[in-house]
Design a binder for this molecule. Structure first.
Ligand code: ACO
Length: 325
């Protein structure tokens, strides 16, 4: 049965220039490089410059993804930005990105599912592309997490970094089978009763301030491994794909121990898991496209590869996507 698939025709990433090492953080917070590396695998993270906004990071990643796809901003009719650190309360960061790119009037909006935002945004974009409502879509994950952190709280401030990653999606004809290229299936979840485990303690209709990220780390850790594994299985089953057929897993880069825990639970060899957590730390909605961009840039992943993307974040939200490049 023929099917219109959302093909990923371009991938791009952008990391701000400033590198903040664990030793840099240890100058002002009671922590150490050894503790951070042992518990998280993180060695460094990037920090956006004072005059950089989330939309600036998003635009850089978008330009690179468009170039990889052989497209220009003039081709775009849909822009979705997954972010939990928007430039402004409104308009949507996607609208600001549209203006900065010089893209024509079209559909543009943000998706807020925290670290799961990119997987959510892909599923939403697929709704437009596969139904013929978009010929050229940009899906961006972009975050300046360092501006949500409480630098008095060593349990959270060492974990996050800034960055952006983007996919260009375009429609392509498929047979409706797992051999098709493009997005094959997604599985999305949210359990709002777990809000207190991971949230920001501010907002326009409550405190009136931006607030800081708060997290019950050990409980998040436990939920992450169980929840992500379930969503990965669901996204693989919905695509009719066996775990053994998957070439690469592109996880949200929260913590090396979570990556290992999920891989172990699913029986996946670590050699098939892309990890950028050491260099990027947790860039929330940006981490999946940044990880794929890195693995494509070094030649590990190329056209035809069967991928599973997965994430978990505040909400709690979580989800996975099966995708053939
Ligand atoms: N440096 C040094 N010591 C620290 C630090 C730090 N940065 N942070 C905590 N500690 C201390 C604690 O105070 C505690 O000390 P105590 O025993 O004297 O009380 C000790 O280290 C152990 O603390 P735990 O919380 O038990 O450490 P744990 O091994 O659980 O590691 C961590 C903490 C890294 C946060 C872990 O729980 C984790 O990774 N959780 C998942 C967090 C995550 O990835 N969240 C993001 C996912 S969702 C999203 O991306 C939004």
């Amino acid at each position: 049965m023929s099917a219109t698939r959302s093909l990923v025709t371009g991938v791009g990433g952008y990391l701000p220039a400033e590198i903040v090492t664990n030793d840099d953080l240890a100058q002002t917070v009671d922590t150490s490089d050894a503790w951070i590396q042992e518990r998280t695998g993180i060695r460094q993270r990037r920090r956006a410059a004072k005059d950089e906004a989330t939309s600036d990071l998003a635009v850089e990643a978008a330009r690179r993804a468009l170039a990889a796809a052989g497209r220009t901003p003039a081709d775009l009719d849909l822009i979705i930005v997954a972010t939990t650190t928007p430039d402004l309360t409104f308009p949507a960061t996607a609208a600001i990105v549209q203006r900065k790119l010089g893209a024509p009037v079209g559909v543009a909006f943000d998706v807020q599912a925290v670290c799961s935002g990119f997987v959510y945004a892909l599923a939403v974009a697929d709704g437009f592309v596969a139904r013929g409502q978009s010929r050229c879509a940009l899906v961006i994950g972009a975050e300046i997490m360092t501006r949500l952190l409480d630098y008095q709280d060593r349990t959270t401030c060492v974990l996050f970094g800034d960055g952006a990653g983007a996919f260009v999606l375009e429609p392509g004809a498929g047979q409706g089978t797992k051999a098709d290229r493009g997005l094959l299936a997604t599985a999305l979840r949210c359990d709002g009763t777990k809000q207190d485990l991971l949230y920001v303690d501010g907002g326009p209709s409550t405190s009136g301030a931006v607030g800081h990220l708060r997290m019950a780390g050990q409980q998040v850790f436990r939920h992450a491994v169980v929840n992500i594994a379930e969503a990965v299985r669901a996204a693989a089953d919905a695509a009719g794909v066996d775990m053994a057929e998957v070439d690469w897993f592109i996880p949200h880069q929260a913590n090396q121990r979570i990556l290992q825990g999920v891989a172990h639970r699913l029986g996946i060899e670590e050699s098939r898991v892309v990890s950028t957590v050491a260099e990027h730390a947790n860039t929330s909605a940006a981490s999946i496209p940044l990880a794929l961009d890195a693995a494509m840039a070094d030649g590990r992943i190329g056209p035809g590869a069967l991928l599973i993307l997965e994430a978990m974040g505040g909400g709690l939200t979580w989800g996975a996507a099966t995708l053939r490049l």
